[in-house]
Design a protein around this ligand. Structure first.
Ligand SMILES: [Mn+2]
Length: 231
């Protein structure tokens, strides 16, 4: 067995689409150096360590990952990151451990299930709303979503929910083994669940950004996820 090494992360301030957020991270060369001397656990063991997985937001998915060529509106991608997350999601499908996927998370989950993405939401067609939120109110909202019966979201919120919107890509063709559980008024897919997994919940908005609100009604999404993650 390879030793499992914890690395203490470092807070850095990032500018993303006009919003400042603190990212806890570490330089990747630390990881590569540990890996080079055999210390970083293999993916299977890494998966075994955790009782559930949160797949957070991030950069665009490389269209190569779903068999397309880059559109002019495509932004930064990183193919090796896609490959790592696609392997991780495959392990989640096998292990059946609970997954909560957010923003890029829902997109890479869809790609892992064989689906495709709009490289920019405008490619969804005429009438597509702005999904890159420009209001800078901390914890601010942007649009509402309509929720399907019999879904996790419906159990938590009923048929409608106001969300924020910080994405410029979204699901195009739905992957096999996923069901749509919420859409925005323009038809953009805002949430999915897996049908081949006991608890894989993915949302296109950022529930964690509600943390600054006194009425943090998105915490229910995290609470519901963590309830499923008992060791
Ligand atoms: Mn949206």
């Amino acid at each position: 067995m390879r030793p499992v090494i914890g690395i203490s992360a470092h807070p850095t301030l990032h500018d993303y689409r006009g919003n400042k957020s603190t990212i806890q991270s570490c330089g990747e060369n630390y990881l590569f150096s540990l890996e080079a001397v055999g210390a970083v656990p293999a993916l299977d063991r890494y998966v075994g360590l955790c009782d559930g997985y949160l797949i957070p937001g991030g950069i665009d998915v490389n269209p190569i990952s779903y068999g397309e060529t880059p559109h002019p509106l495509l932004e930064t991608t990183r193919l090796d990151f896609d490959e790592y997350q696609l392997h991780l999601i495959e392990r989640m499908r096998v292990s059946k451990k609970p997954v909560l996927a957010i923003c890029r998370g829902i997109q890479i989950v869809n790609v892992a299930y064989g689906g495709t993405l709009y490289q920019d939401v405008s490619l969804h067609g005429e009438g597509t709303m702005r999904h890159s939120q420009v209001d800078i109110t901390p914890g601010g909202i942007s649009h509402h979503v309509s929720i399907e019966d019999g879904s996790i979201l419906h159990r938590l919120y009923g048929s409608e929910l106001w969300t924020n919107s910080y994405h410029h890509q979204s699901i195009k063709d739905l992957g096999a083994g996923l069901r749509i559980t919420a859409r925005a008024d323009d038809g953009i897919i805002e949430a999915v669940e897996a049908t081949d997994h006991p608890y894989l919940h993915a949302v296109q908005w950022h529930p964690e950004s509600f943390f600054v609100r006194p009425d943090n009604y998105m915490l229910a999404i995290f609470e519901d996820f963590v309830k499923q993650c008992r060791p």
